[in-house]
Design a protein around this ligand. Structure first.
Ligand SMILES: CC/C=C\CCC/C=C/C(=O)SCCNC(=O)CCNC(=O)[C@H](O)C(C)(C)COP(=O)(O)OP(=O)(O)OC[C@H]1O[C@@H](n2cnc3c(N)ncnc32)[C@H](O)[C@@H]1OP(=O)(O)O
Length: 304
């Protein structure tokens, strides 16, 4: 991967490259001149997120690669944020297509194993990473187009909802939606806000309460996706849409996007710590842990 972003990082953290890269990606870096050292991010090859830049076109394709189902593990979330930050800082890139490298699955959503049987400190770290992923994507200056080439429940749907435009493959087996209630959990207010901003209040209320997973044609009808095309045209269509959006002057489009989205993002930014505490206490409840365990068991039994 030809990404060569240079990140200034505190030298103490060189002892822990993984934590250092995460800190840099999440913005926990010393200011320039603060005694850090410059390290090429290229040294740390990404494994869960593949980035294919096309500098001539000013675009990149970002592919999630966390088989079998692209669950959003802490590792994937961290790599996603790092990759996005590198692209934001790359002057040759103005737009990104987000898609999956796993056949038939865009993303299975948050990684249930990160939310089951762990300790509160882990839940807090994980939730902070989920928040960070959403904030970075939702407020990105880049044009983001989701090429939804597979199932996209819950957190997978959330990623698609952060994009400026969504193209979905026409396979009726691929469903998209915020199905949290089916797991006995509740979509956080910022998931809900992102959905309401996309499909409106009434449709969101119904979709969220019932945990609806929409097949492509229904997702199109309700406005959850913008275009449905045959599977082999998803990426090319997403790239064409990207080109249309990139015909608009960046500064005007970016200011407009920010004007539309900042109030929603600010709601979370103002209460990030409280939101983490809320998640940790909710997910730590015995009843919620039991529900999640049962759901995971059901997924496993489905095979046998
Ligand atoms: C206060 C706020 C509190 C809480 C807010 C929390 C918000 C939560 C958001 C979420 O995103 S929760 C996750 C919701 N995701 C789902 O419900 C999807 C579950 N998965 C599926 O429906 C299917 O796996 C599928 C994505 C449709 C793919 O089906 P397929 O038949 O292709 O695969 P299979 O089901 O056999 O799964 C393979 C393998 O992967 C494991 N798996 C699946 N999903 C997840 C996941 N989200 N996290 C972790 N692991 C997952 C599954 O158990 C299988 O494992 P195995 O090979 O060991 O059996």
């Amino acid at each position: 991967m030809a990404l060569t972003a240079v990140i200034r990082v505190p030298s103490r953290a060189l002892l822990r490259p993984w934590a250092r890269l995460r800190d840099a990606a999440l913005g926990w870096i010393e200011p320039a001149g603060g005694g850090g050292v410059e390290v090429s991010a290229q040294r740390f090859a990404s494994q869960k997120v593949l980035v294919e830049p096309d500098p001539a076109a000013g675009v990149a394709v970002m592919k999630f690669k966390n088989p079998p189902v692209n669950s959003l593990s802490l590792e994937l979330l961290t790599e996603l944020v790092i990759s996005l930050e590198k692209l934001e800082n790359d002057k040759t890139v103005r737009g990104v297509v987000l898609t999956s490298d796993c056949p038939g699955i865009f993303s299975a959503g948050l990684d249930l194993t990160e939310m089951c049987g762990r300790n509160p400190a882990h839940y807090a770290e994980y939730w902070k990473a989920v928040q960070e992923m959403w904030l970075r994507l939702y407020l990105s200056n880049l044009v983001l187009v989701a090429a939804i080439n597979g199932a996209s429940p819950a957190g997978g749907c959330l990623i698609a909802l952060t994009c400026d435009y969504r193209v979905m493959a026409d396979n009726p087996k691929y469903c998209i939606g915020l199905n949290e209630t089916l797991l006995g959990i509740v979509a956080p207010f910022w998931f809900k806000d992102n959905l309401v901003n996309t499909i409106g209040h009434r449709a969101s209320e119904r979709a969220l309460q019932l945990g609806l997973l929409f097949p492509p044609t229904e997702a199109l009808q309700v406005g959850m996706v913008d275009k449905v095309v045959p599977k082999d045209q998803v990426q090319s269509t997403a790239l064409s849409v990207l080109a249309q959006w990139m015909a608009i002057p960046d500064h005007a489009r970016q200011l407009t996007k920010n004007m539309m989205r900042k109030p929603t993002a600010d709601r979370l930014l103002k209460q990030r710590d409280a939101d983490i505490q809320n998640f940790v206490s909710f997910i730590s409840r015995d009843s919620i842990q039991k529900s999640l365990q049962m759901y995971l068991e059901k997924l496993k039994q489905k095979k046998g």
